[in-house]
Design a protein around this ligand. Structure first.
Ligand SMILES: *Cc1c(COP(=O)(O)O)cnc(C)c1O
Length: 354
């Protein structure tokens, strides 16, 4: 050990996000950002901004944004919690709700930040293997546990779990909190969300983000919706840790874009259309593609190793995501970009795989 104090500090192996290359010419399909610009409400907001307000602290409750989100989703503001991206919301939720000696459970293949928060916060957990077809075996989530986390649709598989099965999980676990991470739900068929269940189940927390469907990964806004008692406990922890997390520009911009629903829906339908076209193209090129309800696809080629395709893509300036992890190390996670970007990727693959 290098230092005398080594054994007394908190150590954790951090989550590793996808690369953010500086070169603007790169086709960047590795972190599930939206290829389309955010709503014009953002530039309007910035142009007309009164910068004098920045001398003051923000509203610690982010009241304006909470109210807008509540109105947009037809909820009361006591049912909404906002944070600095859904990573912040999820981290706070793990800290608040997972405080039992029993193990928190989530799939073996899912958002790789979940085990990191458990390690950091010393929360016992167990991962439950996805089935062979990469779907979630919901029956494995009905026993006693310290809490449940389900990304729905799941990442990086892109597969959506039936709401009926999630209901069974929620009903089997009334004594613990079930977190449904809906980072990609806006790209899934209508009616897939668990949001309408929060009035019925006081142990359900639904988490959303502006990063993917709203083209605002850079603004850092995420939010959770659930029973007012859950939201209160979440706020108690947040105010005991760092009160002023939401900055003024984020609160303002986050509130403004909510009104631009038409643009939001238009962007999503473009991404979904490109996803369907691209999935077909991948099939023609010899890829096996999992059924995606997100803005990315998870695919494996019949002959060529995923790692080699990933590396060659990178050499040619096309970034996709490769996970060197058991079970999925022959898969590639490819974000849906613009039609033009996806055509360039298809050209590269056609050339490389011939
Ligand atoms: C992208 C992502 C998040 C985090 O998004 P933020 O940018 O922090 O809002 C959370 N969960 C899943 C499953 C994601 O893919």
């Amino acid at each position: 050990m290098a230092y005398k104090w080594e054994s007394n500090i908190r150590k954790v192996v951090p989550y590793v996000p996808g690369e953010q290359p500086k070169d603007k010419n790169i086709i960047k399909l590795n972190t599930n950002e939206n290829p389309y610009p955010p709503s014009k409400k953002v530039s309007e907001m910035v142009e007309n901004a009164d910068f004098d307000i920045l001398k003051k602290y923000p509203d610690a409750t982010a009241g304006e944004l909470v109210e807008k989100l509540a109105e947009f989703h037809g909820l009361d503001k006591s049912q909404v919690f906002v944070g600095v991206g859904s990573d912040d919301v999820l981290g706070m939720s793990f800290m608040t709700f997972f405080n039992s000696d029993k193990k928190v459970i989530f799939p073996d293949i899912t958002y790789s930040f979940y085990p990191v928060w458990c390690d950091l916060l010393k929360i016992p957990y167990e991962t439950i293997p996805l089935k062979e077809d990469f779907t979630i075996d919901y029956e494995e989530y009905l026993g006693e546990c310290g809490g449940v986390v389900i990304a729905n649709p799941n990442a990086p598989t892109g597969i959506l779990l039936d709401k009926e099965k999630i209901i069974k999980i929620i009903e089997a676990n009334p004594e613990v909190i079930v977190i449904v991470d809906e980072a990609y739900i806006d790209f899934a068929p209508e009616g897939s969300s668990c949001l309408d269940l929060i009035d019925r189940y006081d142990n359900l927390l639904v988490v959303r983000t502006y990063s993917k469907s709203r083209s605002l990964a850079g603004i850092r806004i995420g939010y959770a919706m659930g029973n007012p008692a859950l939201i209160k406990y979440l706020n108690d922890v947040k105010y005991s840790y760092n009160s002023y997390t939401m900055n003024v520009p984020s609160i303002k911009i986050g509130s403004a874009v909510i009104d631009d629903d038409e643009y939001f829906k238009g962007t999503i339908s473009k991404v979904v259309k490109t996803r369907e076209w691209f999935t077909e193209e991948l099939g023609k090129l010899g890829f096996f593609v999992l059924p995606s309800s997100t803005n990315f696809v998870f695919a494996s080629h019949k002959d060529k190793a995923a790692k080699d395709i990933f590396q060659e893509g990178k050499n040619r300036g096309i970034y996709i995501r490769y996970f060197n992890q058991p079970r999925i190390d022959n898969f590639l996670r490819i974000t849906i970009g613009t039609d033009e970007e996806m055509k360039k990727l298809v050209e590269f693959l056609t050339d490389y795989l011939k």
